[in-house]
Design a protein around this ligand. Structure first.
Ligand SMILES: *Cc1c(COP(=O)(O)O)cnc(C)c1O
Length: 451
């Protein structure tokens, strides 16, 4: 059960079927463009959507809004130093600001950045620096539920580093948990093996630590060697193995805005601070209010609580089981921040170019005002440079993200009911074509037409 009781409530909207249809048409059939006042249950993302605790709300009032050297920064800095063991702490307004600043300092034209999987904003920053982002996820064996499906392929990494492209590799990034790959955790032995390779070739290892606490908890659950460790101890061990990290604190900061860079290299940190000044703000606030730093400091303490993390993992597991019973092919094992399902298997009569994952997500909205996120060809498909049809994504996934401490089990039961309704009429669903699209991250703004 939820390890908290509810102190403040917010009503949720119940638009009728006609209103939902009109909203979807007006949005160009793109759920990112539907206003939240027309959404009943919003599982679009776990980013910035958390409910803060009473302790966080009360910390807000002690925010010190001084421009330079605020007390709130000192509190934030100490909490991050104790959590990570890194001496240098730079707050920024959100994760992508951290990526832009750090990756531009590490990478230049023609360099390689290697990761278990780059998150989409990470990839965008690598490419903006003129470098190339290479994903080396550990190979998946079909039909085997891998407890550490977020690992990097260390064999491929070793070959890359030993080969002719080796000298171009300037940075290795482990995204924990591996969001783009089903939210699966990276194991400690995998981080150790990556560290050893980085040491051998003199390459820095950074963690994209946006979901560090969920990764640490899943290690305590899935690795018998750490069954007796606390999530905080495991998190500490993860950070210890890297040279530094960045994070979107809109995830495991359990707050609505924020990000950070933390590292050991003091001269590099000084160079990064100059960029923070240019793009974010004075280095003791980095684009955040003092009260945000207070809420984040408290959130970073609460997020490693084992009861909270167990609830998070168990509710995702239960929700995944229920969605499976409703007829949806759910990816196993489930992680913490979301349940992923393969809409391509359910809607195998719709070809990838006709966006089956979008077809499923849109139907879920029409049927019950539930918003989920497509992670199929609209997001990961590549446009054919020759002007032909899109090159399809590897899988047509939909993600049911779980905002932290926001929805109860009965809200999720409602989502299961709506899903069952949509699965029952799967054969009748039709695909979409893209009517208008932008460049990078087209999913946010594209408009579609039903076929
Ligand atoms: C959200 C996220 C980011 C980007 O952070 P923003 O706060 O959205 O800018 C980077 N990496 C991962 C793994 C994320 O989940």
């Amino acid at each position: 059960m939820e390890p908290f009781r509810i102190k403040a409530v917010e009503p949720i909207p119940f638009p009728g079927p006609d209103e939902r249809r009109a909203a979807l048409v007006a949005a160009g059939y793109n759920l990112f463009r539907v206003p939240s006042r027309l959404i009943t249950i919003d599982l679009l993302t776990d980013s910035g959507t958390a409910a803060m605790s009473a302790a966080q709300w009360s910390a807000l009032l002690s925010g010190d809004e001084s421009y330079a050297g605020a007390r709130s920064f000192e509190r934030f800095e100490v909490v991050v130093q104790e959590l990570t063991g890194y001496s240098e702490v730079l707050p920024v307004h959100q994760g992508r600001a951290a990526e832009r600043i750090l990756l531009h300092a590490l990478l230049g034209l023609g360099d390689l950045c290697v990761s278990n999987t780059h998150f989409d904003s990470t990839r965008a920053s690598v490419e903006a620096a003129g470098a190339h982002a290479l994903d080396l996820p550990a190979p998946v064996e079909d039909d085997v539920a891998d407890p550490f499906g977020g690992d990097i392929d260390t064999k491929a990494l070793r070959e890359l580093l030993a080969g002719t492209s080796g000298p171009r590799v300037r940075c290795v990034v482990l995204t924990v948990t591996n969001n783009a790959n089903g939210g699966q955790p990276v194991s400690l032995p995998n981080i150790v093996a990556t560290r050893n390779l980085c040491d051998k070739y003199g390459i820095p290892l950074y963690l994209d630590a946006s979901r560090f606490a969920e990764n640490a908890y899943l290690i305590t659950e899935r690795d018998p060697a750490h069954a007796k460790s606390t999530p905080r101890e495991v998190a500490h061990a993860m950070f210890e193995l890297a040279d530094g990290c960045w994070a979107s604190l809109k995830k495991d900061g359990i707050a609505n805005i924020g990000g950070l860079i933390a590292l050991r290299d003091a001269p590099l940190a000084d160079r990064l601070r100059e960029q923070v000044i240019a793009f974010e703000g004075f280095p003791t606030y980095g684009g955040l209010a003092g009260r945000d730093l207070e809420a984040l400091a408290q959130g970073l303490i609460e997020v490693t609580d084992a009861d909270y993390l167990r609830y998070r993992a168990e509710s995702a597991r239960w929700f995944g089981e229920q969605l499976g019973l409703a007829g949806l092919p759910v990816l196993q094992p489930t992680g913490c921040h979301a349940v992923y399902a393969d809409a391509g298997l359910l809607l195998d009569h719709i070809p990838a170019q006709q966006l089956p994952a979008t077809a499923f997500a849109n139907e879920l909205y029409l049927a019950g005002g539930v918003r989920v996120c497509e992670l199929g060809t609209l997001v990961f498909g590549r446009r054919d440079p020759g002007g032909g049809a899109d090159l399809p994504a590897p899988r047509e996934l939909v993600r049911f993200a779980l905002p932290r401490r926001v929805y109860t089990a009965s809200h999720l039961e409602y989502v299961v009911d709506v899903t069952e309704e949509v699965c029952a009429k799967a054969e009748a669903l039709r695909g979409y074509r893209i009517a208008r699209q932008g460049g990078a991250m087209r999913q946010f703004t594209a408009t579609l037409e039903p076929l």
